[in-house]
Design a protein around this ligand. Structure first.
Ligand code: G
Ligand code: G
Ligand code: MN
Ligand code: NA
Length: 253
């Protein structure tokens, strides 16, 4: 309850910031985009999202916080584009309650209009859990987002209850393989078989695949051999403050 009270004031106090974690294509290791990751700088320092996001989601505060994230990430992407730092895609996490909120589409329009960013450079990451409630409403909302030019990714794939067969009905461009599967690579043959199957199935459904949590060369080599499209993880870049993320863009050939 104490955290909830402090969270409810954190927006007004300007205590949130975004970090940016680079993604790259596996073949050429070229930076293709970033995922925006929320950080809360409270009185005692940086509070990790795993600790406050569940509280924010439960209390409904993730809706206004998520609105701020959308605006801030779109503004940052536009600033990098305008600065001539390439046109990296900005991936933005959307919480289940945010996605299902009646004002969600209005918030997306607001973030796009106010920032002036090209919608084709914005990707929304949605978890399986957010899609399952009302499939028809979800499909309609996703179709509208796609008409605006936005890309859609399914986040943490494999941790929820959906099957790829079911997902076929959703207009999703990209699948992000949860990092628990990448961590288990090399534990046994089954871990490898699951990841290979996920890559193939996603491709057969016309989605590109991002592996999350790639930490070492061996994981990276396996994923490249299996035709995974992109990766994200400490092995390429950690989540960084905007200034350091921009420096990564600056050294791109
Ligand atoms: O940022 P890591 O660095 O610790 O993120 C932890 C978890 O918090 C991840 O599951 C991530 O998807 C989630 N997360 C990070 N930033 C945001 C955000 O802006 N909105 C939502 N809904 N989730 C986020
Ligand atoms: O759930 P989501 O994928 O949105 O959140 C990304 C989370 O994964 C963040 O908490 C981020 O800090 C974390 N992360 C990113 N790369 C790595 C990695 O290589 N290893 C581990 N253990 N965590 C990572
Ligand atoms: Mn994510
Ligand atoms: Na994830």
């Amino acid at each position: 309850l104490l955290m909830e009270a402090r969270l409810s004031q954190a927006l007004d106090k300007g205590e949130f910031e975004l970090f940016y974690q680079a993604q790259c294509d596996l073949q050429g290791r070229q930076l293709t985009g970033f995922e925006a990751l929320l950080r809360w700088r409270g009185p005692e320092g940086l509070i990790p999202p795993d600790r406050f996001i569940p509280v924010a989601e439960e209390s409904g505060l993730m809706v206004p916080i998520g609105r701020w994230v959308l605006q801030q990430a779109c503004r940052q992407a536009k600033a990098w584009h305008d600065a001539g730092l390439g046109k990296p895609v900005m991936a933005i996490n959307i919480s289940p309650r945010q996605f299902q909120h009646p004002d969600f589409m209005a918030m997306v329009h607001e973030a796009l209009d106010h920032s002036g960013v090209d919608p084709h450079r914005i990707e929304l990451e949605i978890t399986e859990g957010a899609m399952m409630d009302d499939a028809e409403a979800t499909i309609a909302k996703m179709a509208e987002l796609r008409r605006l030019g936005l890309h859609l990714a399914i986040d943490d794939f494999g941790t929820g209850y959906s099957s790829l067969a079911y997902l076929r009905r959703f207009p999703i461009n990209r699948l992000k393989i949860d990092r628990s599967f990448i961590r288990d690579l090399g534990q046994d043959d089954e871990g490898a078989a699951i990841v290979q199957a996920l890559i193939q199935l996603a491709h057969s459904l016309g989605m590109t695949v991002v592996a999350e949590g790639v930490e070492d060369d061996r994981q990276e080599r396996c994923l490249r051999d299996w035709g995974c499209d992109m990766m994200q993880g400490f092995g390429y870049a950690r989540p960084l403050p905007a200034r350091d993320a921009a420096a990564l863009l600056d050294v791109q050939p």
